[in-house]
Design a protein around this ligand. Structure first.
Ligand SMILES: NC(=O)c1ccc[n+]([C@@H]2O[C@H](COP(=O)([O-])OP(=O)(O)OC[C@H]3O[C@@H](n4cnc5c(N)ncnc54)[C@H](O)[C@@H]3O)[C@@H](O)[C@H]2O)c1
Length: 264
């Protein structure tokens, strides 16, 4: 499959990694659909891509909604006539411990509620499932060559303080095996699925954090810096064009050692 002439849909395409992927694929000749909750982000990315001469549409949608998912798939097909690449990059964090203890009594003073658990599961896991499911439906029914891309994280090994987020990223890392196992069984051979597991990446989330904390994080990274979203986008671009990469999740971390902090 070639990027040039393909149609790509990127959820979370209004910011960070999704924005970089959308711009990379557009620069290399894909038509792109940007899906995001934030209209101002969509407008900015759509303008940038149009100014650079790319073909793009923006769709405001919530990836946790089945109706919204159906809407953005339909809008993409109406605008561009097919779908080849679906990158599920919409994601959120809501960190916390499962239990917090009272310093004096040692008894549980607070436990993580569903208010912190459920939104992360809904966006990162259910949202990814709905996007990939409906993109695959369009690709199967259209008979188009396709690539499905869930976004995992090195936190798939289990990160203390991120029981909600890590749970979704474990699942995202396994989706390629499960989905391609199903496609293989059904003789659907024209659609691949490759997960991407980035390490610490230079998106707003990390570049804006306390610089001492950032330095501490980078102490575990072999290349000594954050991964650039453009480097993640280039890996996804490579996966589009290299038809032998399938049913697995690739890490791009700059050599992150001790991703769950075990060595500290
Ligand atoms: N930044 C990192 O270091 C890093 C590392 C590993 C994995 N990841 C993963 O990469 C993905 C992108 O992360 P990022 O750093 O680019 O984040 P980001 O916050 O920069 O961008 C995420 C985008 O998703 C959108 N979004 C959030 N909830 C949505 C919803 N319900 N429906 C539609 N859009 C929604 C946001 O509006 C935002 O534009 C996430 O899945 C994240 O878990 C990021």
């Amino acid at each position: 499959m070639q990027i040039k002439g393909s149609v790509a849909l990127i959820t979370g395409g209004g910011n960070g990694i999704g924005e970089a992927v959308a711009k990379f694929l557009s620069r290399h000749g894909a038509k792109v659909a940007i899906v995001d909750m934030e209209q101002t982000n969509i407008d900015r990315v759509v303008k940038d891509i149009k100014d650079a001469g790319g073909e793009v549409i923006g769709i405001q949608a919530n990836v946790t909604s089945e109706a919204d998912t159906a809407k953005f798939i339909k809008a993409t097909l109406e605008a561009f006539g097919m779908l080849n690449i679906a990158v599920a990059s919409a994601g959120i964090i809501h960190d916390g411990m499962m239990l917090n203890l009272d310093k004096h009594t040692g008894k549980v003073s607070h436990k993580m509620g569903l208010d912190k658990w459920q939104p992360v599961i809904d966006v990162n896991l259910t949202g990814t499932f709905l996007t990939l499911r409906d993109a695959a439906e369009a690709m199967v029914n259209g008979g188009w060559e396709g690539l499905l891309v869930p976004i995992s994280s090195v936190n798939k090994v289990g990160q203390v303080g991120q029981i909600n987020y890590s749970s979704t990223k474990v699942a995202a890392a396994l989706l390629p095996k499960i989905i391609i196992g199903e496609f293989h069984m059904r003789g659907i051979n024209h659609i691949r699925c490759v997960g991407i597991a980035p390490g610490y990446a230079a998106t707003g989330l990390l570049t804006g954090m306390n610089q001492d904390m950032l330095k501490e994080l980078l102490a575990d990274v072999h290349i000594g810096r954050l991964v650039n979203p453009d480097e993640i986008a280039a890996l996804i671009g490579h996966c589009v064009e290299n038809g032998a990469i399938d049913a697995s999740t690739l890490e791009i971390t700059g050599g992150l050692c001790y991703p769950n902090g075990i060595a500290k």
